[in-house]
Design a protein around this ligand. Structure first.
Ligand SMILES: [Zn+2]
Length: 111
């Protein structure tokens, strides 16, 4: 892999396609895109591609695995709901389940 600009990596086209599916931008966690780079020998098997963040305004130049992003987002969602539950009274957040019976709550959950 060869670095060409601050936020672009160049590699073989097939490697770039696999890389873009498995990795995300380390700054915004957004998807990656591949831009095929023309070469001098005009053989598709030897075309290179640049891989970079899909967000044109992002300055991210490093990558993290898609699994890492999924794990961190899941942890963040969990932290958000825990904080919301713990700070509900302090922040004056409305209880979306206030006044509902146990049967109504079970029905909303699909039981
Ligand atoms: Zn990005």
């Amino acid at each position: 892999m060869e670095e060409t600009t601050q936020n672009t990596q160049v590699m073989h086209r097939e490697d770039a396609r696999v890389f873009a599916n498995r990795y995300r931008c380390s700054v915004c966690w957004g998807g990656l895109v591949c831009d095929v780079i023309t070469n001098d020998i005009h053989d598709e098997n030897y075309l290179n591609a640049s891989v970079h963040c899909s967000n044109p305004e992002c300055t991210g130049s490093d990558f993290v695995t898609a699994k890492y992003v999924e794990k961190r987002r899941s942890e963040n969602d969990s932290d958000f709901y825990e904080a919301k539950r713990n700070l509900k009274e302090a922040l004056g957040l409305p209880d979306p389940n206030a006044g509902k019976t146990a049967d109504q709550l079970l029905h909303e959950l699909g039981f």
